[in-house]
Design a protein around this ligand. Structure first.
Ligand SMILES: *Cc1c(COP(=O)(O)O)cnc(C)c1O
Length: 370
């Protein structure tokens, strides 16, 4: 069954990752059912937001939490919260923030693009991003010297998109922020560990509900009680343009309750990819292996090295063939320019790895290159 077929869309097999361009996550049946039931009924939204805060607190170890449409909205709302607090006049004037402390200080290597620019999300919340240091080198002094009476918060981006070397650590930013009496915001959108950054002392942490958590398109901010109350208050301001529905909130909370019950995930992913590679044995010009995620997360992917001389086509040609078929197959292609294609087991539905293996075999042995 392809739910998008009535609208003229072909089936997609996602071997790429939790990609917004492919719809984020496919949720578990329990999550889908909770969402369907919530969609068909009513609730007091203010109370739902408070109850969601309790659930998010339980899952993250934070004092409180606030659901959002995604981590990007979380960044805009967290920014607005540190600038306007719960002051209604300020909430209603954002994103116009002239005269208010509105500077959000981050290191240049953290000014990432995740499909959109994080600095734009800061601006949506009324913040003025202040990038310090250099693309691959930031010192503590860069932060110390940038802080002044207009500073609203420091921002740390924990992400595979961010520069990993030559940057100041989260602990250093936390120490600077607390010594200067300003909050530290962390963007941990795609991170698996829902407790780590709160435990390290961040004041607000933004997560995506549709990435590691495997929930619906949604997200949350968690952290300090007073700041989370300020986050919720932004739904009378810029947050209204990012309204999160009851069904998404209930889906998010259901996914949060289930999260962590599958600690075995890494090992079973590895086994599944080994079975996938076995199906490709004997296909000329394709060398398979298992590769762990480069940011150290317990994610194991199949790594296919394509030798064009033997396979008769390049990695990019293979990718084009896979994407243009029906079903369309999307692999993980960050290294396609050096002839490497990854297959990510996390978003695959049962047995889809067999369809992918069969298709690769057909493409390579069928000699299709265009
Ligand atoms: C994906 C991502 C976001 C945006 O998350 P959404 O839930 O899609 O809004 C923000 N920051 C980083 C670092 C990301 O990887």
């Amino acid at each position: 069954m392809n739910p998008f077929q009535p609208f003229g869309l072909k089936r997609v097999i996602n071997a790429s990752g939790k990609m917004t361009a492919l719809g984020g996550s496919a949720v578990q049946p329990e999550v889908a059912q909770a969402m369907a039931e919530a969609a068909q009924d009513y609730v007091e939204i203010d109370q739902l937001l408070v109850a969601a805060g309790r659930e998010i607190a339980k899952a993250t170890g934070a004092e409180d939490g606030c659901p959002t449409t995604g981590a990007a909205a979380g960044m805009a709302i967290a920014t607005a919260a540190v600038i306007a607090g719960t002051n209604l006049q300020r909430i209603e004037q954002l994103p116009v923030s002239a005269g208010l402390p509105n500077e959000i200080v981050l290191q240049k290597g953290h000014a990432v693009h995740f499909g959109a620019a994080i600095t734009q999300m800061i601006a949506l919340g009324g913040g003025k991003p202040v990038e310090v240091g250099h693309a691959n080198h930031t010192e503590r002094a860069h932060f110390e010297e940038a802080i002044n009476e207009r500073t609203a918060a420091l921002l740390f981006v924990q992400s595979h998109h961010a520069v990993q070397k030559g940057v100041q650590s989260l602990e250093t930013l936390r120490d600077i922020a607390s010594a200067r009496g300003i909050p530290l915001i962390v963007d941990a959108a795609a991170e698996e560990d829902m407790r780590k950054y709160v435990a390290l002392g961040a004041d607000l942490v933004c997560y995506s509900g549709g990435k590691a958590l495997g929930g619906p398109t949604s997200g949350f901010v968690c952290g300090r009680k007073d700041l989370i109350e300020a986050c919720r208050a932004q739904y009378k301001g810029i947050g209204r343009a990012m309204k999160v529905g009851k069904e998404a909130i209930v889906g998010l909370l259901t996914a949060l309750r289930q999260y962590g019950e599958s600690e075995e995930a890494g090992e079973s992913q590895k086994r599944r990819m080994e079975q996938f590679l076995a199906l490709l044995e004997g296909v000329p010009g394709i060398k398979g292996g298992i590769a762990r995620d480069e940011s150290g997360r317990a994610i194991y992917r199949a790594k296919l090295e394509i030798d064009p001389a033997k396979a008769g086509l390049t990695a990019k040609q293979l990718i084009r063939q896979l994407e243009s078929g029906d079903p369309a197959i999307y692999t993980r292609n960050h290294y396609s320019n050096v002839g490497i294609v990854f297959v990510d087991p996390r978003p695959l539905l049962p047995d889809q790895e067999c369809i992918i293996a069969e298709r690769i075999r057909d493409i390579v042995t069928g000699g299709i290159t265009s």
